[in-house]
Write a protein that binds this ligand. Sequence first.
Ligand SMILES: *Cc1c(COP(=O)(O)O)cnc(C)c1O
Length: 402
Amino acid sequence: MTPSLDIPSRFLLGPGPSNVDPRVLAALTQPVVGHLDPAFLRVMDESAAMLRRVYRTKNDLTLALPGTGTSGMEAGIANLIEKGDRVIVCVAGYFGERVCEMVQRHGGELVRVEAEWGKPIRAEQVQEALREHAPVRLVAIVHAETSTGVQQPLAEIAALVQESGALLMVDAVTSLGGVDLPTDALQTDYVYSCSQKCLGCPPGLSPITVSDQARERIALRKRPPASWYLDLELLQAYWDERRAYHHTAPVTLHYALHEGLRLALDEGLEARFERHAAAGAALQIGLQQMGLKLLADLPHRLPVLTTVRVPDGVSDAAVRAQLLTERGIEIGGGLGPLRGQIWRIGTMGVNASPQAVLLALSAIGDVLAAHGHRTDVAAGLAAAREELAVRPAARRKSATPS
Ligand SMILES: *Cc1c(COP(=O)(O)O)cnc(C)c1O
């Protein structure tokens, strides 16, 4: 017998991927056509237009890279900096560290601005670094740090960067489609995300948007970027009317993204953000009422990804394994210094719903009890229900794990 695929259904309540709406999955089964077929070129144009709306930008250069969120990160570094350029990276978690590593591999002169994992970066820190290390070519910051559950308030930092003449690169991998990110209003120069978190599509594409100012700087480079595959000028020549072959676009993933973007815009961005805010708030209040401790504090607590401390004496891995095998629920473990210390619970895309929140609370309570740690599950569920009742937006969509 040759082996056959036999993949179980899961409730994907970790840091991504999130569950995929059946309408998005159905889009994956549309016919494969050529990457220069007029039908596919229309998908590209429509997706670029929808991405501009989701990113709230007029940027011409807005497209989806053939790769996961990390490809968007690497494309930013590869194109925006040259050897010897000074780059400030705001580091308050795992993904900030990943950006630092890329800056070094691409020959940038790295300046780290740091905050403790679980805290945001303060604007004064960036201001000081910009002054001390001028001229700075690029400032990179993570909007939603998925390793800590902290949302970075961007407005003040973005204004400082703009004033300094440096470019601003923002990681919106966990925020796009779940938390407001007004690209143009913040005057960001390069923003990247992924398909599989709050946009609720399968992994494999990285939506990016690039300001005109950043494109002008790229055009003035002394040498082309070290990465041919992630060269934004070559990618643009495929996405604009030149349609110059660059790579064979993963057409079915683009169909899924197109459908996911359509669903997000039909729901309405404001309604979608409120749905994510309500689910996150209910989950967080519920966990606290059960007697568990959250890592991130208000007002910097991210709604779409909640970090909760593993209670003393409880085995992180055993609880997560039991949730997965017995309940079909995936939650995430801690990264780096938080490994074994926290769980990461995502309420993204279709899972920003009352069903997902109540399911997570009761399952975590049950499994913790099985591991000898009693929590007040009834109080947690009651508090979450109360929070959801005062936020009707949360009910508008339901979890539909496929
Ligand atoms: C998930 C994530 C990434 C990496 O995205 P992949 O799709 O896994 O490559 C980068 N930054 C942040 C903040 C993330 O949450």
